[in-house]
Design a protein around this ligand. Structure first.
Ligand code: NAD
Length: 369
């Protein structure tokens, strides 16, 4: 048996209670649903502030499960976090809560520093105190992004784990800073930590400010498709369920103190991906091939727009045996089907109705520390 398999089995047996932050967001909600399904003996508590990006509807059927607990709270609120860690006897944290949209970080960098940096530090310190006072062992997992490595030129090799950090937007600078705190807790206090840096995700339940859900909507309603610059920026796309499976591997089997890059060797120039998306959506809507190409509208480029991100995932493949399970084209088709088949989910966001559902949960679940 591989070292990682032995470790994975041992960790799965010992970790009985986990805290997921940001579980009402895009990736967090997929992760929560997956873990509750895969680990029926583990308590899964979820902490989310329900910002504009959080949506309680993303969690679907998981609300019915007795092993699932939802708390509305902020990752910068030390007292609340301490109470949650104690109430659920938490033995592991997977930290996803963040402000995640680069365009918003350009408008309000302070918010990104508050949530992404101070939020991570607050969680680390609360977890350290919790483990010390309860005499427990526990693992902290920081879900990070390939954007911390900066931007690649077109001929450069993809990012590896030892690529120096060179963040270039307030979003990636805040994520990078948080990652440094996580590593500092490992070195200084001996905290058991793991980190991962993943490429661009896509899939159901992604807030429709991000490229794929926004463009699927716009094609459906024959609205313009705003493409930054000339659409030549390159991103490495991964289906969210592939990311979730990788997170499970890293959490249970990753070596303490290590970082794992997660990606699917799937680089696309934005303009090429948009052409493929148009082809798929038009076909599903029964429109002639290329009917929506005229919707493409080139707009002024984002400030400091990184040219290219690309991930080398050799380490996670070799050490933990992870490879993307869902092929890209099928996953993209499934994603388009999901958005076209769930107009009510999008409608609730565009009308603001989802905020009312969030408020109802907030009133019921707000945690009084
Ligand atoms: N989406 C991607 O392509 C991608 C790729 C790599 C890494 N990541 C990382 O994965 C994580 C999740 O990304 P996502 O796309 O699901 O983000 P998202 O914006 O969809 O969700 C973020 C969630 O965090 C919650 N949140 C925000 N501020 C909070 C606070 N102060 N306290 C508690 N909860 C708060 C929001 O309510 C929301 O539910 C982020 O840390 C992001 O940096 C994302």
């Amino acid at each position: 048996m591989l070292r990682s398999e032995t470790m994975e089995r041992k960790q799965k047996e010992t970790c009985k209670s986990i805290l997921i932050t940001g579980g009402a967001g895009f990736i967090g909600s997929h992760l929560v649903k997956y873990l509750v399904r895969q680990h029926p003996d583990m308590q899964v508590a979820c902490l989310d502030a329900l910002t504009y990006a959080g949506n309680v509807a993303n969690l679907g059927d998981v609300w019915e499960e007795s092993s699932f607990h939802f708390v509305v709270g902020d990752v910068t609120d030390f007292k609340t976090i301490k109470e949650i860690l104690s109430l659920y006897q938490v033995e592991g944290i997977i930290h996803l809560a963040a402000e995640s949209h680069v365009d918003r970080s350009i408008v309000d960098p302070f918010l990104f520093a508050r949530t992404n940096v101070m939020g991570t530090l607050t969680l680390l310190e609360a977890f350290r105190e919790h483990l010390a006072t309860t005499n427990r062992k526990g693992r902290f997992y920081q879900v990070s992004t390939d954007e911390v490595y900066g931007s690649l030129a077109s001929e450069e090799s993809p990012f590896v784990e030892s690529t120096p950090y060179a963040p270039r937007s307030p979003y990636s600078a805040a994520k990078a800073s948080a990652d440094h705190f996580v590593r500092a807790y490992h070195e200084t206090y001996g905290m058991d930590v793991v980190l991962s840096s993943c490429s661009n995700n896509f899939g159901p339940n992604q807030f429709p400010e991000k490229l794929l859900p926004l463009f699927i909507q716009n094609i459906l309603h024959r609205r313009a498709l705003p493409v930054y610059g000339k659409g030549e920026n390159v991103r490495d796309w991964l289906y969210v369920e592939n990311h979730v499976e990788a997170i499970e591997k890293v959490f249970f089997a990753g070596r303490s103190g290590e970082t794992y890059n997660i990606g699917g060797h799937n680089e696309w120039r934005n303009i090429d991906l948009i052409h493929l998306l148009i082809e798929i959506v038009d076909e599903k809507l029964g429109r002639p091939k290329g009917a929506s190409l005229s919707l493409i509208s080139f707009v002024q480029d984002r400030l400091g727009h990184d040219l290219r991100y690309a991930i080398d995932p050799s380490k996670i493949r070799q050490e933990l045996g992870w490879t993307p399970h869902y092929p890209f084209r099928e996953a993209l088709e499934d994603t388009v089907d999901w958005y076209l088949g769930h107009p009510e989910w999008l409608e609730d966001i565009f009308t603001g109705n989802y905020r009312k559902q969030n408020e109802a949960v907030r009133k019921k679940n707000n945690f009084i520390a």
